[in-house]
Design a protein around this ligand. Structure first.
Ligand code: BGC
Length: 952
């Protein structure tokens, strides 16, 4: 495997810049940069002045690192191929950095297309080959470059229905003559509401729900499409359809709670703003922009709403409406809407929502009343396409959606609450059959009830379209335990269903909000499954746009006023700190930390003031919010952990994260401040919330009868699994106290029949805390438990996604609990994924951005004898796989180029570990660092390693 002699066995990556380059051998390196990305994306359009570049490195050489790099950026691939970097030549930079590299060349202008490549020097100072060429494009950097007007068609008067006011979707069109010699064409488009754009009869792009959800009073995003191949010389037709979407449609549970406003939170008429920019080969330019000359009408989309569904009457279809020559004489002119506020118009920073995959139903059954229920075999978020449906003009097909069936086979739709979630298609009677997919709605479902078929449908009658924000898949997880594998699949599907423009609580009922508590407990788990950098960067903007006047972060973001009493909550608001921190740790992203540093410090200031000089929150500190104390350990079992105790832990935890982030961005003063603050909070916490023996206590009497608190009638107790798990995981305790807390946690498990009792805030730290206090065996016991309450209880009860409650459904018993608050697609309890990757497979970040990382697998005593996890980090693919064979353990790991793994191999002694049958001490590719607690600790550089060890 090794092709060149090692010069430096273990390069300290931090000081790599100081060692001599070109020192060792003259042979060229096999190092090659791959996966070139800009702002986390491949060939994106961006509007930041100094986009961040990243690459990964391939090499067959073990222990390979980058000692220097050179980036070239040019205005054309031809120039770049010749090595002419007319925009930027970074020259050789002695650094091991391969991501978050800021462009530092000539100032970039709107519309610049930038081509770039990079090469790296290896650990011996040898240059590798140049990477393939990558590119990015600059969007419109200045708002004044928008010459397009906001146009609309006020159809609000046409919304009908007593409960729901759902106006039809407006269509817009415009024809233009283009000259010959179109060299390039771009569409810049945005809307208030949702849009679909078409040119010459073709839909542009594959994105759904554009331009995304933001606080439209503050900012709206635009998309850019290269439409060079969509236009041609002569007449061209441009068209768009709008829908209310998040801008003007129904949101959350506003209707359910009788909020005075139930829709139109940002405005009531959806508006379009689009400009098409043509560049001819002779340098001439042409602009086609939305204005009062665009024509508009309403047609087949009778209503379209995210929560309530879509109704399409094919009899009102405009045939070829977005093609040239369509007769729009009866269409009226669009109205121009003057900009009423100074919202920002920015380039979309996230990943788009698109169709991830298609699903064919696995069964269809007729109901007593002549309807058909299709089973998709998987709970998911998305749509259904009606395929070639036959019928007479005016026949009406109605699709209803549900996640579960009642025991009598009927659709269970009670948990949708006020989300009507019905799609309707009215046939025109085409003898060839009619195919239809809604555009501006989505549902969370496994079952579809269809009425209106003339003849019994086959399984081909409908197709499921899985919609999600396309976050690139980066992880895989497999064991020899099928139930655990199904649990992993359920977690992935739940993430997929709920990472849909914003991280939502659930995709089905009348919520679908960016609940901050759910997101903060799940975000670390999510990093192992998909690359969430762009998605959560975008949502961090939403979070900060929604920061409240008192500087708290809200309970959901974006945060339109869905209910007057919705304010902030400990355990939820901390998403404002935990999300940027996770992006920093996972991707080495300090820009997001810098950008929101003032907001984050302001929030911490609020929390400090709120502690009223106590540094912690004594019982009843949050009586002023609704619910009192906030949501606390939402959906836990048994006595409640005092919300103030949890808030105190979160306060210390966030102060620590702030300390770490301050160091990373060079805010020394803040770093010292937060370090001290965290230490003081911990001290005060132990004094107030523990007795002399380290048992957690609370003055329960302070909560009275608990009225106004979430499940307050259950009573409050500091001595709970949730309290100890959080305190251990969030490093609240001195070492001896931590050990005692671990023992209390074990006692509580025993007292609870070896079962968990945690809710949203307790579930994330529970298994990690057991591992941390040496009880990995009990963590496995909880994971593998199949009885209520547990993860596998859901699995053995047929779950294909993670449920909101531990007992949302029980086979042969049915739906317990509050039917309306019973989602079957809720990721909070899926946070166990963090322990599965981080402890079972043992992959954990060490230095931010996985520059160094830990592989420390915890081996199950029973129930599992094989685990394999892969995680494609920002530096490349990490693999950790172990298998038990008698008293032997086989461990295979893969370490990306330019990283160092701190590997801990379970063994009965330091001399019982071999790599490729060689004793590890004799290997030149690793450094033995010590043996303790049954683990041999090695430091290894890049490469694939096969270890065996005696473990019993
Ligand atoms: C949501 C949760 C959320 C909670 C607040 C619910 O209705 O679905 O996931 O965090 O409210 O407790």
């Amino acid at each position: 495997m090794m092709t060149s002699k090692l010069c430096v066995r273990f390069v300290d990556l931090v000081v790599v810049a100081s060692f001599t380059i070109f020192s060792c051998t003259n042979s060229a390196s096999d190092l090659v940069p791959v996966n070139l990305r800009t702002e986390y994306k491949i060939a994106p359009v961006v509007d930041t002045e100094s986009p961040r570049l990243s690459w990964e490195l391939n090499s067959d050489v073990r222990g390979q690192v980058q000692s220097a790099y050179q980036v070239l950026v040019a205005t054309s691939p031809e120039l770049l191929a010749e090595g002419e970097a007319d925009l930027w030549d970074s020259e050789q930079v002695r650094s091991n950095v391969t991501n978050q590299v800021e462009y530092a060349g000539k100032p970039l202008q709107s519309r610049n297309v930038c081509f770039w490549k990079v090469r790296s020097w290896d650990k011996d100072g040898e240059p590798g080959s140049w990477s393939p060429i990558a590119s990015w494009e600059m969007g419109l950097l200045d708002k004044t470059e928008w010459q397009a007007e906001w146009i609309g068609n006020d159809l609000t008067a046409l919304g009908k229905g007593k409960v729901y006011h759902l106006p039809p979707s407006p269509f817009f069109r415009k024809e233009m003559e283009l000259k010959s010699g179109v060299k390039s064409a771009r569409l810049y488009v945005t809307s208030l509401g949702l849009y679909e754009f078409q040119i010459n009869g073709k839909r542009i792009g594959n994105d759904y729900f554009s331009p995304g959800w933001t606080d439209y009073d503050k900012r709206v995003y635009y998309q850019t499409y290269d439409i060079t191949s969509n236009v041609s010389e002569g007449r061209n037709a441009f068209g768009a359809i709008l829908a209310d979407g998040w801008y003007a449609g129904y949101l959350g549970y506003a209707l359910l709670v009788n909020n005075p406003v139930v829709k139109n939170f940002y405005g009531d008429v959806p508006l379009l703003k689009a400009q098409i920019e043509i560049e001819y080969s002779n340098g001439e330019k042409e602009l086609i922009a939305t204005d009062e000359t665009w024509k508009t009408n309403h047609g087949p989309i009778l209503e379209a709403d995210i929560l309530n569904g879509e109704t399409y009457d094919a009899n009102f279809e405009f045939v070829n409406w977005s093609q040239e020559g369509f007769d729009d004489a009866l269409w009226k002119y669009a109205a121009v809407y003057p900009a009423t506020n100074d919202r920002l118009i920015e380039c979309y920073p996230g990943n788009p929502v698109q169709i991830h995959s298609e699903i064919k139903p696995i069964a269809v059954n007729r109901t007593e009343d002549g309807k058909y229920i299709f089973d998709m075999g998987q709970n998911f978020a998305g749509l259904v396409r009606l395929n070639s449906v036959m019928g007479n003009k005016g026949d009406t097909i109605v699709l209803r959606f549900g996640e579960m069936l009642h025991t009598d086979g009927k659709l269970m739709a009670e948990n949708l609450r006020k989300a009507r979630a019905i799609d309707t298609y009215i046939l025109k009677g085409d003898a060839k059959g009619e195919t239809w997919t809604p555009r501006f709605t989505f549902h969370g479902f496994q079952y579809v009830e269809v009425s209106g078929f003339r003849t019994p449908p086959t399984l081909d009658a409908i197709t499921g379209l899985v919609l999600t924000t396309i976050t690139p898949e980066v992880g895989s997880f497999e064991t020899d335990n099928e139930l655990v594998n199904q649990l992993y699949s359920n977690i992935v599907w739940t993430q997929r269903s709920n990472f849909l423009e914003v991280p939502t609580d659930c995709p089905q009922r009348d919520e679908r909000l960016g609940w901050t508590g759910d997101a903060q407990v799940f975000v670390q788990a999510a990093t192992y499954n998909t690359d969430i950098a762009a998605f959560f960067s975008k949502w961090t903007v939403d979070l900060n746009d929604a920061q409240r006047p008192d500087n708290t972060y809200p309970i959901y973001a974006p945060a339109p006023p869905i209910r007057a009493t919705d304010t902030y909550s400990p355990g939820w608001s901390e998403a404002g700190i935990i999300i940027p921190y996770t992006l920093f740790r996972t991707y080495g992203d300090t820009r997001i930390v810098e950008r929101f540093w003032p907001n984050m410090t302001a929030y911490l200031r609020f929390m400090e003031e709120k502690s009223d000089g106590n540094l912690i929150y004594k019982e009843g500190s949050f009586e002023d919010i609704r619910p009192k104390g906030g949501f606390g350990d939402w959906l836990s079992i048994g006595k409640k952990t005092p919300p103030d105790l949890l808030a105190s832990i979160y306060f210390a935890y966030c102060s620590s994260l702030m300390h770490e982030m301050a160091l990373a961005i060079g805010e020394e003063g803040d770093a010292a401040y937060f370090k001290k603050l965290a230490a003081n909070i911990r001290q005060a916490f132990q004094e107030h919330y523990t007795d002399g023996e380290g048992r957690f206590i609370t003055h329960a009497a302070a909560y009275g009868d608990g009225a106004g608190y979430v499940d307050g009638h259950m009573g409050f107790d500091g001595h709970t699994q949730t309290a100890y798990a959080n305190a251990i995981f969030k490093n609240m305790l001195d070492p001896d106290r931590k050990e005692i807390a671990g023992k209390h946690l074990v006692d509580l498990l025993r007292a609870h029949d070896n079962k968990l009792s945690t809710g949203f805030l307790g579930v994330r730290p529970l298994l990690p805390a057991l591992s941390e206090t040496g009880r990995s065996d009990l963590a496995y016991m909880l994971l593998l438990n199949e009885e209520y309450p547990s993860w596998l209880f859901e699995v053995v009860n047929g779950a294909t996604t993670i449920w909101e409650r531990w007992d949302s459904y029980i086979k042969d018993v049915g739906f317990k609990n509050n039917a309306g608050m019973n989602s079957f697609n809720h990721y909070a309890f899926g946070s166990v994924n963090e322990w599965m990757f981080g402890n079972m497979a043992g992959i954990k970040v060490d230095q931010a951005g996985y520059r160094t990382f830990i592989i420390k697998p915890e081996i199950a005593k029973e129930g599992i004898s094989f685990v394999e996890a892969t995680y494609h980090s920002i530096n490349g693919e990490i693999v950790s796989s172990w298998e038990k064979e008698g008293d032997q353990l086989r461990l295979q790991i893969s370490v990306p180029v330019n990283t160092i793994a701190n590997v801990f191999i379970p063994a009965i002694g330091p001399d019982k570990v071999f790599e490729n049958r060689q004793a590890v001490e004799n290997s030149p590719d690793m450094k033995v660092k010590g043996f303790s607690d049954g683990y041999l600790n090695l430091e290894v550089g890049s490469g694939v390693y096969q270890f065996t060890s005696e473990n019993q």
